[in-house]
Write a protein that binds this ligand. Sequence first.
Ligand code: C5P
Length: 223
Amino acid sequence: MTRPVGVLVPAAGLGTRLGPGAPKALRELAGEPLLVHAVRGLRAAPSVGPVVVAAPAADVTQVQALLAPYDVVVVAGGAERTDSVRLALDALDPAVALVLVHDAARCLTPPALVEAVVACLREGADAVVPVLRVADTVKTVEGTTVVATADRSALRAVQTPQGFRRDVLARAHAAAAGSTTDDAGLVEALGVPVTTVPGDEEAFKVTRPIDLLLAEAVLAGRR
Ligand code: C5P
């Protein structure tokens, strides 16, 4: 039997860019918290086994109640996303050898994308990231002055779920100096190759108020 894959869900961010209100993972989309949409999507992916959610420390009991139907472990997250990922990894069943890290804020991620990342891991990759080409040209700016323009054809925007051999992810986090929003970046810093798979537009991260409108539209399109 193929062994299940564990998923760590950092969901402890405050979501200040969404404006005032509840922590981001608890904001509602079509009457349910973003986190419920995210976990339901993970549970629809057949390879997903144990799930550990890092919730805002003040909301652990509420999140446990919300996610009771989905068989997940809830831990208190940390000050930075990196801390939340580490705390969730510590709570994951030690027997689980392949791990995904998935932002709760990418709450409409199609299960097929989860399975594509898992398939690449099972084929032997140490680390896997879903990527999309960038629509905008990207420039480096100092103050108000442009100092460089990147070659757009070589740029990719990175999504989650990102997939890892557990030992590689643990080593990357143990070696990490500061905080990061990208676990694959920590693996790159170890010199371990990171493999890409095609991302999915619907795995976008809810960050700003306009993303909630987009998410409502995506959900309406699915109904
Ligand atoms: O800040 P951003 O929206 O990029 O966060 C990405 C994900 O990391 C979100 O799902 C957020 O809840 C999570 N996060 C966390 N702990 C923090 C900060 C962010 O779990 N301290």
